[in-house]
Design a binder for this molecule. Structure first.
Ligand SMILES: [Zn+2]
Length: 228
């Protein structure tokens, strides 16, 4: 997930919501009955195409759940009302569409979350969060300013896990993006995709990374982290 500030959150909780289920070729939408799916459908297809053209495999059908209010979104996902979208158990969860669709970068956010779904098995088998977030940003075409410097992967990990400071978290995401972009540039996209598939199939990330980079992820990152 990528933290994006959202200042205009309408948080009135409605206790009841009627959901409409729409089954399409690649997505099943579960949306409140008063939300028009037209634009979302276009963006989902566009984001899916981008993820697949990069070389990542998505499930045949992705379930997409939209909410009536930001409060319901936050309650159901455990995310904050500042997040635009998130994934949970292979499902894509979205803020209310009227709010989501007018946010700059929402299309990229959807692409970002689809990458997390594509990497779900790898993540479950130990793909580190820094690599997962970095890959999501690279594929989605996102960037964040690196105003804070991280000197070790551990520091980056700790920030991703625990920090509540927006500019520090943004820097961490920006750093993940830069590291993964550099790794892909150095080792080649097909080798990196093969590594991700291997991890998804039970390979150990530290071993696979070392095989590709010739050293551990920690050693590699220690050299790359200062080069911003
Ligand atoms: Zn993410």
């Amino acid at each position: 997930m990528l933290l994006l500030l959202c200042f205009s959150v309408a948080a009135q909780a409605r206790s009841q919501e009627k959901l409409v289920v729409r089954k399409m070729a690649n997505f099943t939408l579960l949306l409140p009955d008063n939300q028009d799916p037209t634009q979302l459908t276009e963006w989902l297809e566009s984001a899916r195409k981008r993820v697949q053209e990069y070389g990542l495999a998505l499930p045949r059908t992705v379930v997409v759940r939209g909410y009536s209010t930001s409060a319901q979104f936050a309650q159901a996902t455990g995310l904050t009302t500042s997040h635009l979208a998130g994934t949970q158990n292979g499902r894509l969860h979205l803020q209310p569409l009227p709010l989501l669709l007018r946010r700059p970068g929402a299309l990229r956010t959807i692409g970002h979350e689809l990458v997390h779904i594509a990497l779900g098995r790898a993540a479950g088998n130990g793909l580190p969060q820094w690599f997962n977030e970095g890959m999501a940003m690279v594929v989605a075409g996102e960037q964040q300013p690196e105003s804070v410097r991280f000197v070790t992967l551990q520091a980056l990990r700790d920030t991703l896990l625990r920090s509540r400071n927006y500019s520090v978290v943004r820097s961490a995401y920006g750093t993940c993006q830069r590291l993964v972009e550099k790794f892909v540039e150095q080792r080649g996209k097909s080798a990196v995709l093969a590594m991700l598939r291997a991890v998804g199939n039970g390979g150990k990330f530290p071993d696979r990374f070392r095989r590709l980079a010739g050293r551990s992820a920690e050693e590699w990152a220690r050299q790359e982290l200062p080069k911003r």
